[in-house]
Write a protein that binds this ligand. Structure first.
Ligand SMILES: NC(=O)C1=CN([C@@H]2O[C@H](COP(=O)(O)OP(=O)(O)OC[C@H]3O[C@@H](n4cnc5c(N)ncnc54)[C@H](OP(=O)(O)O)[C@@H]3O)[C@@H](O)[C@H]2O)[C@@H](O)CC1
Ligand SMILES: Nc1ncnc2c1ncn2[C@@H]1O[C@H](COP(=O)(O)OP(=O)(O)OP(=O)(O)O)[C@@H](O)[C@H]1O
Length: 397
């Protein structure tokens, strides 16, 4: 009897496993089909835009932000497609007026809200972070991805952080797995469903958690998803740069302190802080042309070939958590930018740079709007309340 029972349990476990495997395959196929449909829609919209601009008075009108393109840029793009010029090179300074041009480019990557899509298509974002000390940071990042327009946000945190994070918001899907013995396996199950990953907000520096984060990064690279690394994730990178070095869909978002740590770890010498443009370029190159966002009075964004700067007015208020808003929303922008790039919406800009500019602008605009309402008492939660209207003002007007 016992043997029969054992056999029965084994068979039902096997059947359950088969069911989940098939279900996962079905969902993946469905995702691929819908993503291809979405890409086709974007392409159609792009062609319609060109047809309309062709109908207007000569010289042919183009969307603001698109230039006819330098010869070198043309050679990289299909004839007739709009080309975004490369504005900056090593040592060049940025111009405030250019912000508008980049904002126009970002408008083209934002997925249209149509009734043809299903839940999940506009982004399923994973956040790796959240431990006993830090529950706010992963919440800020995850809710910011949602409020920017992603459909689902998953937080992978430690057991003792999970209940706390869940209690902040019913919108988040919270997995209390980060400190479990089979953490990597548990997270890996979800990776096929995620469009991008944000590693670091509130992760802490416990060796075991960092080891798990490292393995999850490795698995995600194999799946070719955009990976944003922030906060304690950057601590991990400064200890072991090879974890993300050379991965073209990797984006690092250091504050000045984190940047200095990374720079000195890669270059083995103290950083001379008189030329931020040069330093940020050098770090990107040393990391294998990863996109690096050095946050500060101006946000400097580079992939090692040019530096763009986001200087949209924020405010003087520097409450903690603003970087989490940035990295979480960047998770969503990175998915959209890479999808738009695959669909041929733009050619001559690195999608990660476009995404980074989007997230920096949004964060700074939220800061400005929240400060207008709350002044000195502005907190990151107040900024998050502004995401909807800031997004509309920047990208939908
Ligand atoms: N509510 C929450 O749960 C939040 C949790 N968070 C989480 O906390 C974790 C640790 O992150 P972290 O940024 O505090 O750590 P770390 O890099 O060691 O910096 C520590 C020291 O560096 C300095 N410093 C910082 N910026 C600088 C600058 N621009 N320029 C110059 N110096 C600068 C400054 O030093 P000080 O001025 O005190 O000398 C600062 O005290 C991480 O998981 C993160 O996600 C946050 O997201 C916030 C909201
Ligand atoms: N001096 C400044 N002036 C204007 N904006 C700034 C300034 N410093 C930072 N910011 C903006 O604040 C946002 C977050 O940068 P910050 O340096 O606070 O990140 P962080 O320290 O990583 O944040 P967190 O508290 O989430 O860890 C960025 O969008 C950046 O543009």
């Amino acid at each position: 009897m016992e043997k029969l029972m054992e056999q029965f349990l084994e068979q039902s476990a096997q059947a359950e496993e088969n069911f989940y495997r098939m279900e996962e395959q079905r969902l993946q196929a469905e995702d691929r089909r819908r993503e291809a449909e979405h890409a086709r829609e974007l392409h159609m919209l792009q062609m319609l835009g060109q047809m309309f601009s062709g109908l207007s008075a000569a010289p042919p009108a183009r969307a603001p932000g698109f230039r006819s393109g330098s010869p070198s840029a043309h050679s990289a793009a299909e004839p007739g497609l709009p080309v975004f010029e490369r504005y900056y090179s090593l040592g060049s300074t940025s111009h405030r007026g250019m912000d508008g041009d980049f904002l126009s480019l970002i408008k083209t990557i934002i997925p249209p809200l149509t009734s043809k899509k299903h839940k999940g298509q506009d982004g399923r974002i994973g956040i790796i972070g959240g431990c006993q000390d830090y529950t706010g940071a992963p919440y800020f990042a995850a809710i910011s991805a949602l409020k920017a327009g992603a459909d689902l946000s998953h937080v992978f945190c430690t057991k003792d952080a999970a209940l706390v994070i869940k209690s902040y918001s019913p919108e988040l899907i919270v997995h209390p797995v980060l400190d479990s013995p089979n953490a990597v396996e548990e997270i890996e199950k979800w990776l096929p469903r995620l469009h991008s990953l944000v590693v670091g907000p509130g992760l802490g520096r416990d060796d075991l958690l960092l080891k798990t984060a490292k393995e999850v990064i490795e698995k995600s690279k194999a799946r070719d998803v955009p990976i944003v690394i922030d906060a304690d994730g950057l601590w991990l990178v400064s200890q072991q740069p090879s974890v993300i070095q050379g991965y073209q869909k990797g984006i690092l978002t250091p504050n000045f302190m984190e940047f200095t740590r990374l720079y000195e770890s890669l270059h083995h010498e103290p950083m001379d802080s008189t030329d931020h443009h040069r330093n940020v370029m050098q770090l990107s190159v040393a990391m294998g042309n990863l996109t690096v966002v050095l946050k500060g009075e101006q946000d400097l964004i580079t992939d090692g070939s040019k530096v763009i700067s986001c200087s949209i007015a924020g405010s003087g208020r520097r409450c903690g958590g603003q970087g989490d808003l940035l990295s979480g929303s960047l998770g969503a922008f990175a998915h959209w930018a890479h999808a738009a790039s695959v669909a041929g919406v733009f050619r001559s800009m690195n999608p990660s740079m476009v995404a980074a500019f989007g997230a920096c602008s949004l964060t700074r605009q939220c800061n400005s709007q929240a400060f207008q309402r709350h002044g000195r008492s502005t907190t990151t939660s107040d900024m998050i309340q502004e995401i909807g209207s800031a997004f509309k003002k920047l990208f939908e007007s």
